[in-house]
Design a protein around this ligand. Structure first.
Ligand code: PLP
Length: 380
């Protein structure tokens, strides 16, 4: 959808893109300064595969400081982004035929990475009516002797759902009954959380050894292009990820790593400012989306997305006589007629919804929702 939007924009159409999964902020100056200094000081050589020890230590310190989690530096493997850390962990853990339980909607790459590992994704469907969260009973119901891994993100992309401590505790009770299941906890949106403090499932001692935390700097420090992420896990899994990564990419960019140390040691002020802005935008867009008839929307607790259920429009006819059969058709219609790029929910395993990112300036958001409303009102 982003590509189609760019093509339309290249033809001179004023397209508002709400399709991308990245913030519209700039990387903080103190992080950029550290990168410039690293270049000048000639940090231009291969780094250790799992990252400079200095960086791994600063991540371990972050985990203690912000999450009250104890990890030693050799339990941290730095990579070229949370995506690579996910790939490392999945390829290390999942053997052909293993089942991986994934609540839907999920981030697009989850199921594709499971396919790469020749595993089988087992989905637990959620809906807007339950704020896109699973229950312990739903989890228990899909577990089989083949279940190797459970994988989720909180805050969630694409729904913004955030599991509370109580909700995680209830899921942990299920995992306690199944000690062979690993848990990938994707916490890349940790700091874009409008509830209380972020809770990691690794805070539950009974499962910590089998949790692989995935995180990075892409979202919190607006560093998507710098390519840096990490996993925090048992030493055994960390060693396996290190071995795999050594044959695929080696350590991530040396300059990025030095910038990463500055980010982790530089305090949370810029993140707090960013979160305030996202909170304001969330409330703004929520108010506007609620006014559109046929759009079912909930108030997300984190990340920077809305994931409204738009299934009431399926079967509608456009002014050109085309039928909107599904979320893909609707997203395309919104792009071609409303000139707003969104993403069809199919990519996230939910065919009833579209994803709208609110990582854009307030005036663009207001204009975009106005256009969406106008386009939807034109459907018969
Ligand atoms: N996990 C989730 C839930 C994401 O939304 C994204 C990016 O959009 C990633 C992981 C990948 O992050 P990175 O850019 O650090 O590879």
């Amino acid at each position: 959808m982003a590509k189609l939007g760019r093509e339309l924009a290249a033809k001179g159409v004023d397209v508002i893109s709400l399709s991308l999964g990245e913030t519209d902020f700039f990387t903080p100056d103190f992080v950029k300064d550290a990168a410039k200094e690293a270049i000048d000081k000639n940090f231009s050589y291969y780094t250790p595969v799992a990252g400079y020890p200095e960086l791994r230590k600063s991540i371990a310190a972050k985990l203690k400081r912000e999450n009250n989690l104890d990890y030693e530096f050799d339990q941290i493997v730095v990579s070229t982004g949370a995506k690579q850390s996910l790939a490392n962990a999945i390829l290390c853990l999942v053997n052909p035929g293993d089942e991986v339980v994934i609540p839907t909607p999920y981030w697009v790459s989850y199921s594709e990475l499971v396919k790469l590992a020749e595993g089988k994704s087992v989905f637990i469907n959620t809906s807007i009516d339950t704020d896109f969260k699973i229950t312990p009973a739903e989890l228990e119901a899909v577990i089989t002797p083949q279940t190797k891994l459970f994988m989720f993100s909180s805050p969630n992309n694409p729904t913004g759902a955030v599991y509370s401590r109580e909700e995680l505790a209830a899921l942990v009770k299920v995992f306690e009954k199944h000690p062979d299941i690993f848990i990938i906890s994707d916490e890349i949106y940790e700091h874009i959380n409008f509830l209380d403090k972020h809770v990691s499932i690794a805070e539950f001692e009974s499962v910590k050894d089998r949790v692989i935390i995935i995180n990075g700097l892409s979202k919190a420090y607006a560093m998507t292009g710098w390519r840096i992420g990490y996993s925090a896990s048992s030493k055994e899994i960390a060693a396996a990820c290190d071995k795999l990564q050594s044959q695929i990419t080696s350590g991530t960019c040396s300059i990025t790593q030095k910038a990463g140390v500055a980010a982790y040691e530089g305090g949370l002020d810029t993140i707090k400012e960013m979160r305030e802005v996202f909170l304001r935008r969330r409330d703004l867009v929520y108010g506007l989306l609620k006014e559109i008839q046929g759009v079912k929307v909930n108030l997300p607790d984190g990340a920077f997305y809305f994931f409204p259920d738009v299934s009431s429009f399926f079967g509608s006819i456009t002014t050109d006589g085309d039928v909107i059969k599904n979320a893909g058709d609707l997203a395309l219609y919104l792009l071609n007629v409303g000139h707003v790029a969104t993403v069809s929910g199919d990519s996230f395993g939910d065919p009833a919804s579209i994803r709208i990112s609110y990582a854009a300036a307030d005036d663009k958001l207001v204009e975009a929702v106005k256009r969406i409303k106008f386009a939807l009102e034109g459907l018969k």
